[in-house]
Design a protein around this ligand. Structure first.
Ligand code: 5RP
Length: 223
């Protein structure tokens, strides 16, 4: 199976976690796009969605799925999103699609995080994928120096030759050279640096379940 087919497989499998009559939390990325396509088949059974990005909002609305403001919804039963890396404890690196801040907000508001990913995303230790960090532009150089002091190399993410601007009007730095052996402590530490909006380690908001697309089908990992 191709990676695209594996993504479609887990996107379809995630429908099983959507609670009829409720609002579902929807993440961002190419795997989630497959989930959104699948969700259209049960759009009459749900009230709608809370979305983690302008891109997903656009897709949901185009399929006739109502999108609610996060502030108007107290708690979601489930949040479904992809990951750039996931370890054997459900800790993840996210933000390859630059939506990490809203993703963490919606995840925090959800009782269950269901991660959908193809098997290439499963790792022993987080850090091989460049770690996305959303930063207030004024603090970018300072935050990059702090990562350098940890042995990391940070680069400002570019789009069309300019620093990429997130849905929240901020920039992203991508950090290579890190081995994140204690994701919970790492997330706690970096989140406190002035100017950091969101670090792409999801340990406090880790996955409860991962639907992993493999050559032999969907494997369910529970954490
Ligand atoms: C977006 C994300 C995505 O979940 C992550 O980048 C995985 O994306 P894809 O499903 O396209 O591989 O965190 O900010």
């Amino acid at each position: 199976m191709t990676q695209d087919e594996l993504k479609a497989l887990v996107g379809q499998a995630a429908l099983h976690y959507v609670v009829p009559g409720e609002i579902v939390g929807v993440g961002t990325g190419s795997t989630v796009n497959k989930f959104i396509e699948a969700l259209a088949s049960m759009k009459d059974q749900i009230r709608g969605a809370v979305s983690s990005s302008e891109a997903s909002t656009h897709r949901l609305k185009a399929l006739g799925i109502p999108v609610f403001d996060c502030n108007d919804v107290a708690e979601l039963s489930v949040y479904i999103d992809g990951a750039d890396e996931i370890d054997g404890h459900g800790h993840m690196v996210k933000g390859g699609g630059a939506a990490l801040t809203r993703e963490k907000i919606v995840a925090a508001q959800s009782r269950q995080f269901v991660c959908i990913a193809d098997e290439s995303k499963l790792v022993k230790t987080l850090g091989a994928f460049p770690l996305p960090v959303e930063v207030i532009p004024m603090a970018t150089a300072r935050v990059m120096r702090q990562f350098a002091a940890m042995g990391g190399v940070a680069q400002i993410r570019q789009k069309d030759g300019q620093p990429l601007v997130t849905d929240n009007g901020q920039h992203i730095v991508d950090v290579t050279g890190l081995q994140i052996t204690d994701p919970l402590a790492f997330e706690t530490q970096v989140s406190q640096w002035p100017g950091v909006v969101t670090v792409g380690v999801f340990a406090h908001q880790k996955a409860h379940v991962c639907l992993l697309g493999t050559a032999s089908g969907v494997q369910t990992l529970a954490f």
